[in-house]
Design a protein around this ligand. Structure first.
Ligand code: 1CP
Length: 357
């Protein structure tokens, strides 16, 4: 007897979303309209988010499937975006394997004992699905609610996770991180390799639970020169993409300030490369090369400029992206916390109307 007589809930969720504009664009297939979602759409800019989060610390809210489900759905209901992004944080898998860290309001992730020695690295163990049962449960609840709207799972990329772990918190110059990378290449390579395994495991858990796509956030990798990226970071990111290559979901790769790295980020293995606002999409596609969809890239600060300016700048993005094989409209980085939510809703409407085929 076959082990799988009934389709699992996960398969049902992904099947329902299979023909969505978002997944079609990721696969570089024709779309009914250019799909739109926003990095950091679930969270800070929404009053309904602030209300349900009242008195609940950030990490605790990530461990409550009822809250995760509600917060993930809020921007889908409000803005009519083409995809949901799972409400969590890049440090959740690290917390789950016992790293002593917290997300401090107004600061971000703070690590009690930064990782800078071989003995520190030995504290980083592998991630098992039983460490994050709340993730599997929340994704099950979400795919049941989302119907044909795809759910994007995500994880922090090895370099960006390493930056928080080595610095001990948010950093402007990443000096401790780079000191380790340049000063002890062997320990650095082992740290990134360990983080690649944790990240790959976290993405697999989300895909197996029903996520339709995954995004690897390498937010701070733009701090590196191309040669250092290629030598010291790319192998770990490639390991993550390879580990989830056979699971049938598009893999998105995003970083900020990555104009000089776009070619290498394309080579690292993703299906879709995210572009920040510093490079027009027609130039970005030349740098990334053929065979990839692109995601981006309106400057999130444009949303403060009033309707006419938002539409002018959004149209510039659409025009520059007109010849792409696949385009997912997004901001060039996350939604800023004081953004007017109505400006986001109008932007989704604008992109949908202007690109309807
Ligand atoms: O209480 C709060 O609301 C805290 C703010 C907040 C939120 C809403 C943090 C702390 N994390 C999150 C959720 C979050 N983080 C999501 C949710 C889904 C979404 O809507 O997109 C995602 C995808 C992340 C990913 C994340 N966390 C990244 C990568 C994306 C990016 O912005 O570059 C990074 C770098 C983090 C670390 C982090 N977590 C929180 C903050 C304030 C930060 C950045 C701190 C810093 O500047 O280093």
């Amino acid at each position: 007897m076959s082990e799988r007589t009934e389709p699992s809930q996960q398969q049902t969720g992904r099947t329902a979303a299979h023909d969505s504009a978002f997944l079609r664009a990721c696969r570089r297939e024709p779309v009914p309209h250019t799909p739109v979602w926003f990095m950091r759409q679930a969270g800070r800019s929404l009053p309904e988010y602030r209300k349900v989060r009242e008195g609940i610390p950030m990490l605790e809210s990530c461990m409550r499937p009822d809250l995760v489900t509600e917060i993930t759905l809020q921007p889908v209901r409000r803005h009519n975006v083409d995809a949901a992004i799972f409400f969590s944080d890049i440090v959740v898998p690290l917390k789950a394997i016992g790293v002593d860290l917290d997300i401090k309001p107004g600061v971000g992730p703070v690590v009690a004992q930064p990782i800078r020695t071989r003995a520190d690295l030995d504290r980083l163990r592998a991630l098992d699905p039983s460490d994050v049962p709340y993730v599997t449960e929340a994704i099950g609840l979400l795919t049941a609610e989302l119907g044909t709207t795809p759910l994007i799972g995500f994880a922090g990329a090895p370099f960006t996770l390493a930056s928080y772990l080595v610095e001990g918190g948010p950093s402007r110059n990443h000096e401790h991180t780079k000191a380790l990378m340049y000063g002890d290449p062997e320990l650095w390579a082992d740290l990134l390799d360990r983080l690649a395994d944790i990240t790959a495991a976290f993405l697999k858990i989300q895909i197996e639970a029903g996520a339709s796509a995954v995004q690897l956030f390498d937010s701070w990798v733009g701090a590196l020169a191309p040669a250092d990226y290629r030598r010291s970071v790319m192998p770990a990111s490639t390991k993550v993409f390879d580990a989830v290559a056979g699971l049938g979901v598009p893999r998105i790769h995003f970083g900020v300030g990555t104009g000089e790295l776009l070619g290498l980020m394309g080579e690292a293995g993703a299906d879709v490369v995210g572009v920040d606002w510093r490079i027009p999409m027609d130039e970005a596609v030349r740098r990334v090369g053929p065979g990839k969809a692109l995601q981006g890239n309106l400057d999130p600060a444009v949303l403060f400029a009033g309707r006419e300016a938002v539409e002018t700048k959004a149209q510039e993005v659409l025009d520059a992206a007109a010849d792409l094989e696949g385009h997912v409209f997004n901001l060039g980085h996350g939604v800023l916390p004081t953004t007017d939510p109505d400006a986001l809703t109008r932007l989704v409407e604008y992109v949908h109307e202007r690109t309807a085929r």
